[in-house]
Design a protein around this ligand. Structure first.
Ligand code: CAA
Length: 382
Protein backbone atom coordinates (compact mmCIF):
# COMPACT_ATOMS: atom_id res chain seq x y z
CA UNK A 1 0.00 0.00 0.00
CA UNK A 2 1.29 3.47 -0.91
CA UNK A 3 1.12 6.07 1.88
CA UNK A 4 2.27 9.66 1.67
CA UNK A 5 1.47 13.30 1.01
CA UNK A 6 -1.93 13.50 -0.62
CA UNK A 7 -2.20 17.28 -0.83
CA UNK A 8 -0.60 20.39 0.66
CA UNK A 9 -1.12 24.12 1.00
CA UNK A 10 0.89 27.02 2.38
CA UNK A 11 0.47 30.37 4.07
CA UNK A 12 2.78 33.13 5.17
CA UNK A 13 2.48 36.42 7.03
CA UNK A 14 1.21 39.92 6.25
CA UNK A 15 4.59 41.68 6.12
CA UNK A 16 7.87 41.22 4.27
CA UNK A 17 11.28 42.87 4.62
CA UNK A 18 13.56 43.08 1.59
CA UNK A 19 17.09 42.11 2.63
CA UNK A 20 18.49 44.96 0.51
CA UNK A 21 16.82 47.29 3.03
CA UNK A 22 18.56 45.53 5.93
CA UNK A 23 21.88 45.50 4.05
CA UNK A 24 21.69 49.22 3.29
CA UNK A 25 20.87 50.18 6.88
CA UNK A 26 23.58 47.91 8.30
CA UNK A 27 26.14 49.03 5.73
CA UNK A 28 26.56 45.48 4.39
CA UNK A 29 27.06 44.49 0.73
CA UNK A 30 23.58 43.22 -0.36
CA UNK A 31 25.32 40.31 -2.11
CA UNK A 32 26.27 38.90 1.28
CA UNK A 33 22.58 38.12 1.75
CA UNK A 34 21.55 37.45 -1.86
CA UNK A 35 24.58 35.32 -2.79
CA UNK A 36 26.35 34.58 0.51
CA UNK A 37 23.18 33.33 2.25
CA UNK A 38 21.01 32.83 -0.84
CA UNK A 39 18.15 34.92 0.58
CA UNK A 40 16.19 37.83 -0.92
CA UNK A 41 13.49 38.67 1.65
CA UNK A 42 11.86 37.45 4.81
CA UNK A 43 8.24 37.27 5.94
CA UNK A 44 7.26 38.87 9.22
CA UNK A 45 3.96 38.50 11.08
CA UNK A 46 1.69 41.42 11.91
CA UNK A 47 0.77 41.77 15.61
CA UNK A 48 -2.47 39.90 14.91
CA UNK A 49 -0.73 36.90 13.31
CA UNK A 50 1.10 33.90 14.72
CA UNK A 51 1.68 30.19 14.04
CA UNK A 52 -2.02 29.45 14.59
CA UNK A 53 -3.38 32.05 12.15
CA UNK A 54 -0.94 30.97 9.41
CA UNK A 55 -1.67 27.30 10.02
CA UNK A 56 -5.43 27.90 9.98
CA UNK A 57 -5.17 29.69 6.64
CA UNK A 58 -3.02 26.97 5.04
CA UNK A 59 -5.25 24.21 6.42
CA UNK A 60 -8.48 25.94 5.40
CA UNK A 61 -7.35 26.29 1.78
CA UNK A 62 -6.24 22.64 1.81
CA UNK A 63 -9.37 21.23 3.43
CA UNK A 64 -11.76 23.03 1.06
CA UNK A 65 -10.68 20.32 -1.40
CA UNK A 66 -11.33 17.37 0.96
CA UNK A 67 -13.82 15.57 3.15
CA UNK A 68 -12.78 16.52 6.71
CA UNK A 69 -14.73 13.63 8.23
CA UNK A 70 -11.87 11.31 7.23
CA UNK A 71 -9.38 13.22 9.39
CA UNK A 72 -8.73 11.40 12.67
CA UNK A 73 -5.60 13.16 13.88
CA UNK A 74 -3.99 16.62 13.76
CA UNK A 75 -0.24 16.76 14.34
CA UNK A 76 1.03 20.34 14.74
CA UNK A 77 4.81 20.69 14.48
CA UNK A 78 6.43 23.94 15.58
CA UNK A 79 9.47 25.53 17.21
CA UNK A 80 7.59 28.74 18.05
CA UNK A 81 4.79 27.41 20.20
CA UNK A 82 2.28 29.85 21.74
CA UNK A 83 1.54 27.85 24.90
CA UNK A 84 3.51 25.54 27.18
CA UNK A 85 0.58 23.20 27.59
CA UNK A 86 -2.14 23.47 24.97
CA UNK A 87 -1.39 22.09 21.51
CA UNK A 88 -1.63 24.81 18.86
CA UNK A 89 -3.67 22.47 16.67
CA UNK A 90 -6.54 22.50 19.17
CA UNK A 91 -7.30 26.12 18.19
CA UNK A 92 -7.84 24.91 14.64
CA UNK A 93 -10.78 22.74 15.63
CA UNK A 94 -12.86 25.79 16.47
CA UNK A 95 -11.53 28.00 13.67
CA UNK A 96 -11.90 25.39 10.93
CA UNK A 97 -14.82 23.40 12.25
CA UNK A 98 -12.81 20.19 12.47
CA UNK A 99 -14.65 17.18 13.89
CA UNK A 100 -14.43 16.67 17.66
CA UNK A 101 -13.63 12.96 17.33
CA UNK A 102 -10.02 13.72 16.42
CA UNK A 103 -6.69 13.40 18.27
CA UNK A 104 -4.76 16.69 18.34
CA UNK A 105 -1.17 17.03 19.55
CA UNK A 106 1.85 19.32 19.17
CA UNK A 107 5.38 18.12 18.39
CA UNK A 108 8.70 19.80 19.13
CA UNK A 109 12.30 19.29 18.09
CA UNK A 110 13.45 22.59 16.58
CA UNK A 111 13.07 22.53 12.77
CA UNK A 112 12.86 18.72 12.62
CA UNK A 113 9.47 17.96 14.19
CA UNK A 114 7.47 18.31 10.96
CA UNK A 115 9.26 15.24 9.67
CA UNK A 116 8.54 13.34 12.88
CA UNK A 117 4.87 14.28 12.43
CA UNK A 118 4.90 13.09 8.84
CA UNK A 119 6.46 9.74 9.76
CA UNK A 120 4.12 9.21 12.73
CA UNK A 121 1.19 9.93 10.43
CA UNK A 122 2.39 7.40 7.87
CA UNK A 123 2.78 4.72 10.55
CA UNK A 124 -0.72 5.44 11.87
CA UNK A 125 -2.26 5.20 8.40
CA UNK A 126 -0.52 1.87 7.81
CA UNK A 127 -2.71 0.62 10.67
CA UNK A 128 -5.90 2.46 9.61
CA UNK A 129 -5.64 3.03 5.85
CA UNK A 130 -9.11 4.58 5.51
CA UNK A 131 -8.16 7.47 7.83
CA UNK A 132 -6.39 10.71 6.97
CA UNK A 133 -4.10 12.84 9.13
CA UNK A 134 -3.59 16.59 8.98
CA UNK A 135 0.08 17.43 9.52
CA UNK A 136 0.81 21.12 10.10
CA UNK A 137 4.20 22.76 10.11
CA UNK A 138 4.08 26.41 11.20
CA UNK A 139 6.75 28.71 12.55
CA UNK A 140 7.89 32.24 13.14
CA UNK A 141 11.70 32.42 13.05
CA UNK A 142 12.49 35.48 15.15
CA UNK A 143 16.16 36.25 15.87
CA UNK A 144 17.50 39.11 17.99
CA UNK A 145 17.95 42.48 16.26
CA UNK A 146 21.52 43.06 15.06
CA UNK A 147 22.42 39.38 15.57
CA UNK A 148 24.06 37.05 13.03
CA UNK A 149 20.77 35.24 12.52
CA UNK A 150 18.75 38.43 11.84
CA UNK A 151 18.84 38.14 8.02
CA UNK A 152 17.62 34.53 8.28
CA UNK A 153 14.31 35.30 9.99
CA UNK A 154 11.02 34.28 8.37
CA UNK A 155 7.49 33.00 8.85
CA UNK A 156 5.28 30.45 7.17
CA UNK A 157 3.18 27.34 7.38
CA UNK A 158 2.69 24.22 5.26
CA UNK A 159 -0.38 22.07 5.92
CA UNK A 160 -0.28 18.53 4.52
CA UNK A 161 -2.91 15.85 4.24
CA UNK A 162 -1.40 12.40 4.75
CA UNK A 163 -3.26 9.39 3.36
CA UNK A 164 -3.12 6.07 1.56
CA UNK A 165 -2.98 6.30 -2.26
CA UNK A 166 -1.57 9.83 -2.15
CA UNK A 167 -1.90 12.22 -5.09
CA UNK A 168 1.49 13.91 -4.66
CA UNK A 169 4.31 11.88 -3.08
CA UNK A 170 4.50 8.34 -1.74
CA UNK A 171 6.89 8.31 1.23
CA UNK A 172 8.97 5.15 0.99
CA UNK A 173 9.59 2.93 4.01
CA UNK A 174 12.94 3.28 5.76
CA UNK A 175 14.66 6.38 7.12
CA UNK A 176 18.19 7.27 8.08
CA UNK A 177 18.26 8.79 11.56
CA UNK A 178 20.79 10.68 13.64
CA UNK A 179 20.50 12.24 17.08
CA UNK A 180 23.31 13.90 18.97
CA UNK A 181 23.24 16.28 21.95
CA UNK A 182 24.74 19.54 20.68
CA UNK A 183 24.07 23.15 21.70
CA UNK A 184 24.15 24.76 18.28
CA UNK A 185 20.78 26.56 18.52
CA UNK A 186 18.35 26.48 21.42
CA UNK A 187 15.63 28.64 22.94
CA UNK A 188 15.02 28.46 26.70
CA UNK A 189 11.44 28.87 27.92
CA UNK A 190 12.07 32.46 29.02
CA UNK A 191 13.46 33.69 25.71
CA UNK A 192 11.55 34.83 22.59
CA UNK A 193 14.68 34.55 20.44
CA UNK A 194 17.12 31.66 20.15
CA UNK A 195 20.71 31.41 21.27
CA UNK A 196 22.89 30.36 18.36
CA UNK A 197 26.46 29.28 17.83
CA UNK A 198 26.51 30.04 14.09
CA UNK A 199 29.57 28.06 13.04
CA UNK A 200 28.68 25.13 15.28
CA UNK A 201 25.17 25.09 13.76
CA UNK A 202 26.60 24.81 10.25
CA UNK A 203 28.96 22.01 11.29
CA UNK A 204 26.25 20.19 13.27
CA UNK A 205 23.82 20.39 10.31
CA UNK A 206 26.38 18.91 7.90
CA UNK A 207 27.54 16.20 10.31
CA UNK A 208 24.02 15.12 11.28
CA UNK A 209 22.56 15.06 7.75
CA UNK A 210 25.54 13.12 6.41
CA UNK A 211 25.23 10.64 9.28
CA UNK A 212 21.50 10.26 8.53
CA UNK A 213 22.36 9.49 4.90
CA UNK A 214 24.89 6.86 6.05
CA UNK A 215 22.30 5.29 8.34
CA UNK A 216 19.81 4.86 5.51
CA UNK A 217 22.45 3.75 3.01
CA UNK A 218 23.48 1.01 5.49
CA UNK A 219 19.87 -0.18 5.89
CA UNK A 220 18.68 -0.01 2.33
CA UNK A 221 20.62 -0.38 -0.88
CA UNK A 222 20.73 3.23 -1.97
CA UNK A 223 23.19 5.33 -3.92
CA UNK A 224 23.08 9.03 -4.69
CA UNK A 225 22.31 8.13 -8.33
CA UNK A 226 18.96 6.71 -7.16
CA UNK A 227 17.86 10.21 -6.12
CA UNK A 228 16.49 12.50 -8.84
CA UNK A 229 16.31 15.65 -6.70
CA UNK A 230 17.43 16.46 -3.14
CA UNK A 231 15.29 18.57 -0.81
CA UNK A 232 16.66 20.20 2.33
CA UNK A 233 15.72 22.06 5.43
CA UNK A 234 16.81 25.50 4.22
CA UNK A 235 17.53 27.87 7.16
CA UNK A 236 18.92 29.96 4.28
CA UNK A 237 19.12 28.44 0.82
CA UNK A 238 22.93 28.46 0.65
CA UNK A 239 22.81 25.79 3.38
CA UNK A 240 21.43 23.32 0.82
CA UNK A 241 24.41 24.02 -1.46
CA UNK A 242 26.78 23.49 1.45
CA UNK A 243 25.11 20.18 2.30
CA UNK A 244 25.19 18.94 -1.29
CA UNK A 245 28.90 19.80 -1.52
CA UNK A 246 29.50 17.91 1.75
CA UNK A 247 27.58 14.92 0.37
CA UNK A 248 29.64 14.98 -2.83
CA UNK A 249 32.83 14.92 -0.81
CA UNK A 250 31.49 12.25 1.53
CA UNK A 251 30.27 9.89 -1.20
CA UNK A 252 32.89 10.70 -3.84
CA UNK A 253 30.09 11.37 -6.36
CA UNK A 254 29.73 14.45 -8.49
CA UNK A 255 26.57 16.27 -7.40
CA UNK A 256 25.49 19.25 -9.49
CA UNK A 257 23.54 22.16 -7.98
CA UNK A 258 20.84 21.33 -10.59
CA UNK A 259 19.78 18.64 -8.11
CA UNK A 260 18.58 21.31 -5.64
CA UNK A 261 18.04 24.53 -7.64
CA UNK A 262 14.28 24.13 -8.20
CA UNK A 263 13.60 23.62 -4.49
CA UNK A 264 14.81 27.06 -3.40
CA UNK A 265 12.51 29.65 -4.96
CA UNK A 266 9.98 29.91 -2.13
CA UNK A 267 12.43 29.78 0.76
CA UNK A 268 14.55 32.55 -0.83
CA UNK A 269 11.51 34.81 -0.53
CA UNK A 270 10.20 33.57 2.84
CA UNK A 271 13.28 33.25 5.02
CA UNK A 272 13.62 30.47 7.55
CA UNK A 273 10.30 28.82 8.37
CA UNK A 274 11.88 26.20 10.68
CA UNK A 275 9.56 23.12 10.63
CA UNK A 276 7.94 24.26 7.36
CA UNK A 277 11.16 24.95 5.47
CA UNK A 278 11.71 21.42 4.09
CA UNK A 279 8.07 21.28 3.01
CA UNK A 280 8.26 24.67 1.28
CA UNK A 281 11.26 23.16 -0.55
CA UNK A 282 9.06 20.22 -1.57
CA UNK A 283 6.28 22.58 -2.68
CA UNK A 284 8.70 24.57 -4.82
CA UNK A 285 10.17 21.40 -6.30
CA UNK A 286 6.74 20.10 -7.34
CA UNK A 287 5.75 23.50 -8.75
CA UNK A 288 8.98 24.20 -10.64
CA UNK A 289 9.41 20.89 -12.49
CA UNK A 290 6.78 19.26 -14.69
CA UNK A 291 8.78 16.07 -15.30
CA UNK A 292 8.85 14.50 -11.87
CA UNK A 293 6.30 11.70 -12.28
CA UNK A 294 7.78 8.44 -10.98
CA UNK A 295 10.96 10.20 -9.86
CA UNK A 296 12.52 9.75 -6.41
CA UNK A 297 13.11 12.72 -4.10
CA UNK A 298 15.57 12.60 -1.19
CA UNK A 299 14.60 14.64 1.89
CA UNK A 300 17.18 15.98 4.35
CA UNK A 301 15.46 17.10 7.55
CA UNK A 302 17.42 18.81 10.34
CA UNK A 303 16.53 20.30 13.70
CA UNK A 304 19.19 21.86 15.89
CA UNK A 305 19.95 20.26 19.15
CA UNK A 306 20.19 17.98 17.05
CA UNK A 307 18.07 15.45 15.16
CA UNK A 308 18.40 14.68 11.44
CA UNK A 309 16.54 12.32 9.16
CA UNK A 310 17.05 11.33 5.54
CA UNK A 311 14.14 9.70 3.77
CA UNK A 312 12.83 9.29 0.25
CA UNK A 313 9.60 9.71 -1.63
CA UNK A 314 8.35 8.96 -5.12
CA UNK A 315 6.37 11.61 -7.02
CA UNK A 316 3.01 10.28 -8.20
CA UNK A 317 1.93 10.17 -11.85
CA UNK A 318 -0.76 12.85 -11.87
CA UNK A 319 0.83 15.22 -9.37
CA UNK A 320 0.51 18.17 -11.76
CA UNK A 321 -3.29 17.90 -11.47
CA UNK A 322 -3.05 18.44 -7.72
CA UNK A 323 -0.74 21.44 -7.31
CA UNK A 324 -1.74 25.09 -6.93
CA UNK A 325 1.25 27.36 -7.59
CA UNK A 326 -1.06 30.37 -7.99
CA UNK A 327 -1.93 30.10 -4.27
CA UNK A 328 1.72 30.38 -3.28
CA UNK A 329 2.28 33.28 -5.68
CA UNK A 330 -0.68 35.06 -4.10
CA UNK A 331 0.72 34.49 -0.60
CA UNK A 332 4.12 35.90 -1.57
CA UNK A 333 2.86 38.80 -3.70
CA UNK A 334 0.23 40.01 -1.25
CA UNK A 335 2.75 40.72 1.49
CA UNK A 336 3.15 44.36 2.50
CA UNK A 337 6.72 45.61 2.40
CA UNK A 338 8.11 47.10 5.60
CA UNK A 339 10.45 50.06 5.84
CA UNK A 340 13.46 49.52 8.09
CA UNK A 341 11.99 51.67 10.88
CA UNK A 342 8.65 49.85 10.72
CA UNK A 343 10.50 46.53 10.87
CA UNK A 344 12.50 47.54 13.97
CA UNK A 345 9.40 48.84 15.69
CA UNK A 346 7.43 45.68 14.92
CA UNK A 347 10.29 43.47 16.12
CA UNK A 348 10.73 45.43 19.35
CA UNK A 349 7.00 45.47 20.06
CA UNK A 350 6.72 41.68 20.10
CA UNK A 351 6.26 40.27 23.58
CA UNK A 352 5.33 36.71 24.52
CA UNK A 353 2.92 37.76 27.20
CA UNK A 354 -0.30 36.43 28.65
CA UNK A 355 -1.23 39.84 30.10
CA UNK A 356 -4.41 41.25 28.56
CA UNK A 357 -3.90 43.02 25.22
CA UNK A 358 -5.87 43.75 22.06
CA UNK A 359 -4.24 43.71 18.64
CA UNK A 360 -5.00 46.30 15.99
CA UNK A 361 -6.61 44.88 12.87
CA UNK A 362 -3.77 44.51 10.38
CA UNK A 363 -3.76 41.19 8.55
CA UNK A 364 -6.08 40.51 5.61
CA UNK A 365 -5.76 36.76 6.22
CA UNK A 366 -8.92 34.76 7.00
CA UNK A 367 -7.97 34.32 10.68
CA UNK A 368 -6.42 36.71 13.17
CA UNK A 369 -5.30 36.85 16.77
CA UNK A 370 -7.56 39.46 18.36
CA UNK A 371 -5.62 39.50 21.62
CA UNK A 372 -5.45 37.95 25.06
CA UNK A 373 -8.05 38.19 27.81
CA UNK A 374 -8.11 36.23 31.07
CA UNK A 375 -4.69 34.93 29.93
CA UNK A 376 -6.37 33.12 27.03
CA UNK A 377 -5.46 33.70 23.39
CA UNK A 378 -8.44 34.84 21.33
CA UNK A 379 -8.63 34.08 17.63
CA UNK A 380 -11.31 35.12 15.17
CA UNK A 381 -12.27 34.51 11.56
CA UNK A 382 -12.70 37.57 9.34
N1 CAA B 1 29.16 38.68 -1.64
C1 CAA B 1 28.92 37.36 -1.69
N2 CAA B 1 29.06 36.52 -0.61
C2 CAA B 1 29.43 37.07 0.56
C3 CAA B 1 29.71 38.45 0.68
C4 CAA B 1 29.55 39.28 -0.48
N3 CAA B 1 29.79 40.58 -0.45
N4 CAA B 1 30.07 38.70 1.96
C5 CAA B 1 30.02 37.51 2.62
N5 CAA B 1 29.65 36.53 1.77
C6 CAA B 1 29.46 35.10 2.07
C7 CAA B 1 30.52 34.52 2.96
O1 CAA B 1 31.68 34.17 2.23
C8 CAA B 1 29.76 33.31 3.51
O2 CAA B 1 29.73 32.30 2.53
P1 CAA B 1 30.24 30.80 2.91
O3 CAA B 1 29.39 30.37 4.09
O4 CAA B 1 29.96 30.03 1.69
O5 CAA B 1 31.66 30.94 3.26
C9 CAA B 1 28.34 33.81 3.64
O6 CAA B 1 28.28 34.99 2.83
C10 CAA B 1 27.92 34.16 5.05
O7 CAA B 1 28.90 35.02 5.55
P2 CAA B 1 29.37 34.89 7.06
O8 CAA B 1 29.74 33.49 7.40
O9 CAA B 1 30.38 35.98 7.31
O10 CAA B 1 27.99 35.27 7.78
P3 CAA B 1 27.66 35.49 9.27
O11 CAA B 1 28.86 35.46 10.14
O12 CAA B 1 26.88 36.76 9.29
O13 CAA B 1 26.75 34.25 9.72
C11 CAA B 1 25.25 32.43 9.80
C12 CAA B 1 26.10 33.32 8.89
C13 CAA B 1 26.15 31.73 10.82
C14 CAA B 1 24.55 31.41 8.96
C15 CAA B 1 24.21 33.33 10.54
O14 CAA B 1 23.32 33.88 9.61
C16 CAA B 1 23.41 32.59 11.59
O15 CAA B 1 23.83 32.46 12.73
N6 CAA B 1 22.19 32.10 11.21
C17 CAA B 1 21.30 31.37 12.14
C18 CAA B 1 21.76 29.95 12.36
C19 CAA B 1 21.53 29.06 11.15
O16 CAA B 1 20.68 29.31 10.30
N7 CAA B 1 22.29 27.97 11.07
C20 CAA B 1 22.08 27.00 9.99
C21 CAA B 1 22.25 25.58 10.46
S1 CAA B 1 21.23 25.27 11.90
C22 CAA B 1 19.69 24.93 11.26
O17 CAA B 1 19.52 24.64 10.11
C23 CAA B 1 18.52 25.01 12.18
C24 CAA B 1 17.83 26.30 11.97
O18 CAA B 1 16.93 26.41 11.14
C25 CAA B 1 18.26 27.46 12.75
Amino acid sequence: MKIGIHDLEVATSHYVLDLDTLAEQHDIDPNKFRIGLGQDKFSMPAPDEDIVTMAAEAAQTLLERHDVSKIRQVYFATESSVDQSKAAGVYLHELLGLPANVRSIELKQACYSGTAALQLAINAIARNPEEQILVITSDVARYALDSGGEPTQGAGSVAMLISADPNLVEIEPGSGLHTTDVNDFWRPNDSTTPFVDGQLSLDAYLAATTAAWDDLAARRELSVDDIHRFLHHQPFTKMARKQLAAMAEHTGCELSDDLIEESMSYNRALGNTYTASLYFALTAQLHNNAELAGKRLGFFSYGSGAVAEFFTGVVQDNYRDHIYPQNVAKQLDNRVELTYDEYRELHESFAATSETFTTSKTTNAPFRLSGVTERQRRYEAQ
